[in-house]
Design a protein around this ligand. Structure first.
Ligand SMILES: NC(=O)CC[C@H](N)C(=O)O
Length: 376
């Protein structure tokens, strides 16, 4: 920040960070979260799982390689605002006539640069992700506090209905494996990794019923990533219960949380979530550690109600659908990262094997799922 601040971040606990307004000249409120991804800013803001949230980038220099069509994870920006240390427009980037900040402006998304994001991230790590907003300097702090207080909390929020498509549509026509996905805000890279491996994917609105899905000729069901609180989505969980055991079911992130809820486990909010491309996850069956892409604020609890898994070998849990193996654990905070049902064909991961953005260590998950469907 060089001159007088032209915008500020305010958190619901009163903590304030000044900076320079960039992007659209409007305020935004929502849950303030941070991601440690060092690149992939465009993928992050277009990931529907960020609906309702303001993204703080802990990496200090954002925008330096411009924007491009192939970095879109959906058709629009879903994050409500972007908080940065140093924002770069880079309008001369290849393929783009408009730079990162021009694009945020074109999309009506406010952003702030010059923020002490290190202090902001450390504060969120201590105090937890919370509601907040970014405001042009002309908005008084009193007014800002009222706007933040009017924002519904993330706990209990159904954002799936906000991001889901109005009607079903199919991608990858003619693939040998037909997948019916419940589209709670699916990322484009998940669809791409499925279709590149020969799948035909039909994306259904999240209000689709189990009867409708079972009436399709899909070989398997996929539960997508998505925003909001998994505990607010009973109507999807009820449908998932009716799908398990009928055909293979695979889920990623929100889909993992919904499948776990469907078999009788519960979810809880993490203090500040996992967002970034550097999360070590251990496959308890092989001992192999994957560096994974993550973006979630909630996690699945163990049957004893705890969030931490101390065991370092595969753990067996009894669920409403028979035995399950806890397959993956996060090595930062030992939270649940993957589950496999042992009596029926179903598995899930909390992290993002599709990356978009992030490392590709876990891409094998797509092969494993499609192999399981093809051999079913
Ligand atoms: N990326 C996702 O699917 C996020 C899942 C869920 N909204 C969470 O925050 O935990």
């Amino acid at each position: 920040m060089t001159n007088a601040p032209t915008a500020y971040v305010l958190l619901e606990d009163g903590t304030r960070f000044d900076g320079d307004a960039c992007g659209a000249d409007v305020h935004a409120t929502g849950e303030v979260v941070f991601t440690t991804g060092m690149s992939g800013y465009q993928e992050s803001v277009t990931d529907p799982s960020f609906a309702g949230q303001l993204i703080t980038f802990s990496y200090p220099h954002i925008g330096n390689y411009g924007i491009s069509q192939r970095a879109m994870e959906s058709e629009r920006i879903w994050a409500r605002a972007v908080i940065m240390r140093a924002a770069v427009n880079r309008e001369d980037a290849p393929e783009a006539e408009r730079g990162w900040l021009d694009w945020l402006l074109d999309c009506g998304v406010p952003a702030i640069s010059g923020v002490d994001t290190r202090a902001l991230v450390r504060h969120i790590r201590e105090a937890g992700a919370m509601r907040g907003g970014i405001f042009p300097a002309r908005v008084s702090e009193g007014e800002a506090r009222e706007l933040i207080a009017a924002e519904p909390p993330m706990v209990g929020a159904d954002f799936a209905k906000v991001v889901t498509p109005d009607a079903a549509h199919t991608v990858g026509f003619g693939g040998d494996v037909r997948i019916a996905a419940i589209d709670t805000g699916i990322k484009g890279s998940i669809v791409r990794h499925l279709t590149e491996r020969g799948a035909e994917v039909t994306l259904h609105p999240c209000t689709v019923t189990a009867e409708e899905l079972l009436a399709t000729d899909a070989h398997a069901f996929f539960l997508a990533n998505g925003p909001g609180d998994p505990a607010a989505l009973d109507y999807i969980v009820d449908n998932v219960r009716q799908l398990i055991g009928k055909r293979p079911v695979w889920g990623i992130c929100l889909g993992h949380q919904l499948l776990c809820r469907a078999v009788g486990l519960e979810t809880a909010k993490l203090p500040f979530g996992h967002r970034g491309g550097n999360h070590p996850v251990k496959d308890l069956r092989t001992g192999r550690i994957e560096i994974t892409s993550q973006n979630h604020g909630f996690a699945v609890k163990a049957p004893d109600g705890g969030l931490r898994i101390e065991a370092d070998e595969p753990v067996r849990w009894e669920t409403d659908f028979g035995a399950a193996a806890l397959t993956h654990v996060n090595l930062y905070d030992r939270t649940v990262e993957g589950l496999q049902l042992l009596d029926v064909n179903s598995a899930t991961v909390q992290y993002h094997p599709e990356a978009g953005p992030g490392p590709n260590d876990a891409l094998y998950q797509f092969d494993r799922f499609l192999d399981a469907v093809r051999s079913a």
